[in-house]
Design a binder for this molecule. Sequence first.
Ligand code: ZN
Length: 572
Amino acid sequence: MRMSQLWAPTLRETPSEAEVISHQLMLRAGFIRRAAAGIYTYLPLAWRVLRKIEQIVREEMDAKGGQEMLMPVVQPAELWQETGRWDEYGDYMFRLKDRHGRDFCLGPTHEELITALMRAEVRSYRQLPLRLYQIANKYRDEPRPRFGLMRGREFIMKDLYSFDRDEEGLDVSYRYMYEAYERIFARCGLTTRAVEADPGEIGGTANHEFMVLADAGEDEVVYCTACDYAANTEKAESAPPPAPAARAETPPAEQVATPGARTIDEVARLLGVEPARLLKTLLYEADGQPVAAVVRGDHELNEVKLKRILGAKTLEMASAERIQSVTGAPVGFSGPVGLKGVRIVADPWAWAVADAVAGANAADAHLIHVQPGRDWQADDIADIRTVQAGDACVRCGAPVAAARGIEVGHVFKLGTRYSEALGATYLDEDGKAKPIVMGSYGIGIGRTMAAIIEQHHDERGIRWPASVAPYHVIVVPVNYEDQRQRQVAERLYEELSAAGVEVVLDDRLERAGVKFNDADLIGFPWRITIGPRALAEDAVEVTSRDGSLQERVPVEEAAAFVREQVRAALSA
Ligand SMILES: [Zn+2]
């Protein structure tokens, strides 16, 4: 490819719409252009990278018994109504009608469609296991599409579905996919961490997210500084509180005036106690019923955990009016003592606070000397707090750290949720009909590309790992109009092309600085620079984008030298 013909419309300025590095660089380097919010056109350079990522994914899926296929984007509503997800997806689903008024959606995922396929086609245990996948567009009408390819409304995904006879079979499929994912992300040059995750709307029993740790990540993960434990913060378990030390009996609870003190900090300061001695009582409506969640004053409530404990479909913070009617007090003075007609869920750390301070359910008042079990009761004592950096690891007790992460892959054990809802059964050896046991396994292809940029860039541009670089090498004659430079450049370009190296020749009549800047911005892993000084000694400069290589190589040996660099990097 000649640079004069390569369509890579680079930009000098960073577009103001782009907040994260990968989005900025993909726009500036001429990889993507926005068509609508969260919907992008992939220009030629991006498409080359995406196809390489897809190919890595394909090879690793096939190595684990995956078979590639392609399912429709447009899916009938009936299947989604059978599993109940037509309603559950709500506004996230792109919906449409055909000319007869029948309902369809643009597939946000394909569990329904492929399970219906199994229902129609699989009869016997002899047909299992099956591992089927596709690489195709998915659609989710995100409320806040942002960060370029990180959270789009149309995006490319690999989704594999496993179908097994039983849980043991599913364990094998799950392990295969887990191993394949580790290889895929390593081959893409990514450092990832597999973390335990909340199942969300897909449901199921076990699941892991593969996270790229990067500041641009939308997820927060905690990981142990000593052992392997890592989890999405939404899901991370909190270690139980230490047994309370023996202490003098708590005096009777007593109401004190706390005029205008509504926040934990205000109350703590006014009464001269640590926030950890306070009970934070938050009122919610879960499926329309009032719920009070009690956590320790210095802890944060985790709504995802609370929702799961309650088994609620909807969970919303109660309005000020509702709080007034339930507690008899304005916002800021709620407490668990004497609260009637409300389900109380207490975090174990809150339940462990003896001689606590809590809202008095009266305006401008709090209670002191509040004792759990004596002054208040809980309907449930369950882990509902968000784990924070420095907390003890639930496995080994060492402190955990927190970091931001980009979810690039997700593996789920679905069990029989979909096969039961859709009636996908098989006849087992014993002649009995049993539901097929399923797993689903996704990788965001575009998001993987964005994550690679987040982990591989510098102030000048992208630094593609060789395995996914749009091209491996750029040949840059400092002055293409110089006859000798042009001759050597053309010759190296021909030799490398013939050797199967993906090479671009910068044949533009631009200043050298412009050409170097574009080469760095686009991120070619190797550059061969042909300039007058080295050429006077019949040599060229070979540099690598990551800075690890800078060598003067004789013209005669240059093509073989670079070819070997590329070969070694690709086989690493
Ligand atoms: Zn640990």
